[in-house]
Every structure is written in structure tokens, then in C-alpha cells.
Design a protein around this ligand. Structure first.
Ligand SMILES: [Fe+2]
Length: 361
């Protein structure tokens, strides 16, 4: 079998080929990977018979239609995909073939309703439903945190820890990981029950950049998008969202501190800490209240109020939210801006209240 990742950036396009028949497929191509793919196919003596998108991409224009037209091969997606130029729709349990080499298809929604994972000789080509140390967002059009939990904790459960998976993105130069490693280290596997996972995902929702719907629509219509509508500097959605530090650096997540520890330190009154509450105004004044002395800057306002926060660059900062999701995002953002000592309050104000500690409203 031939198996290669074609791109140099953080988006990954895979080439899979069968040695006997010389048939090949391309998975999640970028338009700009066309020359590389053509050269590699030529060098390896392979003939492309299909190009597959693992889901409707929201962060970049799919190269699938252009590849299918240029190589005169099929463009294949899940049956829920709405792109009008798909030649063949596939569904859970289907088997694609390169010569006599089978490639199983499983439906893995959550990041996108039409998400699929291809099983190539026991390797999982999973798109964005699972990253190394993270996962694609489940709050964009087509995403569903409930389905995301099911895919990660039920559909993937039948695969052993040794199973290798190859995501469609990585921002740290890594190529693959194993399910076992992710089960031990990826925060998306920490929530064993569906309810707490959905709540965790809802807590960490970021805003949706305006161009996401344009990209999705362009992929539905199989159109190219004008350059000015793309994310700034050609960066993709995760970077434009400012969520990349949290979503993609699972093994470098910001440090956390527990409520007991914080409460004791406040009681002792030593070593002043900036307690940065990043919830919305109605939450800050709501039934969970806030910790006396907390400095309130909603997550969405952090960027524009960085001039205020910069005064605390050398201070110890503990970020706080409702349950500890958004505060991790805030801590990651401050870390990326070179703040020196930032931690996130584990469990947030829910955990604080559960201990009966005093709150202000
Ligand atoms: Fe995606």
C-alpha cells in the first residue's frame, strides 16, 4: 500500500494507493495541493480513481471538485453532504475499493453531520472529528456535541488503544496519534457521560467568524471563494477564531487550580492574585455569583481590552468561568500573549458554589 500525507502546512491531504492495481484515492485535498498530488501520482505510477472529503469543510474551500474534474475521477462524500457536485454518496458500512483493497466507511458525525472516517488497513482517516490533543469544533453549522460524544465514546470504542488515527489538521507538526494516547491525554475523552460532555462543549463555544457560512455555501455550490472573503493571511478557521491554543495543544493545556486551593489562598490573604472572571455580564451577576474581588472581562472582550490586562502581565492570574471551559480558553489566550503566570479555575463557579464558599452578586 502507498500511504502519504501531501501537504507541508497544518491541513493534511492524504494519498492512498494500491500496489497491485495502481489505483489511488486522495482524501481531503486542498486546491493548492494539486501540483504536489499530480507529481506524486506520476512518480509512484498511480492512477487516481476517487477523491473523498471526510466532511463539508467550514474552514477552507474543498479541493475535491477541482481534483475530480482534473483527474477525471469520482468525488465522494457522505450521503448527508449537500455539495451539488458529489458524484457518489456513501454511508455507514459502505466499502470503497482500490483494486481489491477494501476501505471501510463509518459515519462519524459531531464536528459535521456528514462526517465520515475511512479505515485504511486499520488506520482511521477521521477528518476533524478527532485531533491530536483536541478535536474540531462541534458548534459550527452541522456540528452537534451530543453526536460528537457518541462518535468519540461509542463509535470509536470498538477500536483498540493501539489504533492509529490520522487527522485532517495538526498545528504542531505531528502526523498521527493512537486512540489509546488520546483516551489518556485528550480532554475530549475526559467526559465519560454524554451530558457533562455537552455542557463542557457549550461552555467553551467561541464566536463564529462571518466567513464560515460563505465557505460552507461555496463548498455546497462547489465554487471558489474570492480571496478577500478568506480568513486573514490565509490562516484557517481555528486560527481566526483564536481558539487554536486550546483546541490543538492538548498536551500543553493551561495549568489549572482547584477551588479548595484558591479558597485557602484567598483566606490566607497572601500573594495577591488577579481573579479574572470571563463570563458574560448576566452570569457574573447571576445565581452563581462571583468571587469577591473578581475582575470581570468577558471572553469576547479580552482582545479589545488587552490594554487593561497588560498591566497584570507579570502577576499571577486565575481565570474563572461557569464550569472551567471558557476559562481554559482565556488562559490559553493570555499564555499565547506571553503573560507569565496564568491558571484556570477547574470546575469554575459551579465547583465554587458546590463547596458553599461565599459569593458576591
Ligand atoms: Fe472541518
Amino acid at each position: 500500500m502507498f500511504f502519504e500525507q501531501l501537504n507541508t502546512g497544518h491541513h493534511k491531504t492524504y494519498l492512498v494507493g494500491d500496489e497491485e492495481s495502481r489505483e489511488a484515492m486522495i482524501i481531503d485535498p486542498l486546491v493548492e495541493s494539486y501540483e504536489i498530488a499530480r507529481n506524486r501520482l506520476h512518480a509512484l505510477g498511480l492512477r487516481i480513481t476517487m477523491t473523498v472529503d471526510t466532511h463539508t469543510h467550514a474552514d477552507h474551500i474543498s479541493g475535491g471538485p477541482a481534483f475530480a474534474a482534473s483527474f477525471r475521477c469520482e468525488f465522494i462524500m457522505h450521503e448527508l453532504a449537500r455539495a451539488k457536485c458529489v458524484d457518489r454518496h456513501i454511508t455507514n458500512g459502505d466499502i470503497l475499493t482500490l483494486g481489491e483493497m477494501p476501505i471501510d466507511v463509518i459515519h462519524t458525525p459531531g464536528h459535521a453531520a456528514d462526517g465520515i472516517t475511512l479505515i485504511v488497513e486499520s488506520r482511521l482517516m477521521c477528518g476533524d472529528v478527532l485531533f491530536i490533543g483536541g478535536a474540531g469544533r462541534s458548534d459550527l453549522p452541522g456540528g452537534d456535541p451530543d453526536e460528537h460524544w457518541h462518535t468519540l465514546h461509542r463509535t470509536f470504542q470498538s477500536f483498540p488503544d493501539s489504533t492509529l488515527f490520522f487527522p485532517s489538521h495538526d498545528y504542531n507538526g505531528r502526523d498521527f496519534s493512537s486512540l489509546g494516547h488520546e483516551r489518556r491525554n485528550n480532554p475530549h475523552f475526559e467526559h465519560k457521560d454524554r451530558y457533562s460532555y455537552v455542557r463542557w462543549q457549550q461552555d467553551r463555544q467561541a464566536s463564529t467568524p462571518p466567513w464560515v457560512n460563505k465557505v460552507i455555501d461555496a463548498n455546497f455550490l462547489c465554487q471558489a471563494l474570492p480571496v478577500e472573503d478568506r480568513a486573514e493571511d490565509g490562516k484557517d478557521a481555528c486560527h481566526a477564531w483564536g481558539c487554536a491554543p486550546y483546541l490543538t495543544e492538548g498536551d500543553k493545556l493551561p495549568k489549572e487550580v482547584g477551588v479548595i486551593n484558591l479558597h485557602e489562598r484567598i483566606e490566607r490573604g497572601k500573594n495577591p492574585i488577579l481573579m479574572l472572571d470571563v463570563r458574560e455580564e448576566d452570569e457574573f451577576r447571576g445565581h452563581l455569583g462571583h468571587i469577591d474581588g473578581a475582575y470581570h472581562v468577558p471572553l469576547d472582550e479580552m482582545e479589545e481590552r488587552m490594554d487593561e490586562l497588560i498591566a497584570f502581565k507579570h502577576s499571577e492570574i486565575i481565570t474563572i468561568c461557569r464550569s472551567g471551559g471558557r476559562s481554559l480558553t482565556a488562559a490559553a489566550k493570555l499564555n499565547s500573549d506571553a503573560f507569565e503566570d496564568v491558571k484556570s479555575l477547574r470546575g469554575g463557579m459551579i465547583a465554587w458554589n458546590s463547596r458553599g464558599y461565599r459569593i458576591d452578586k
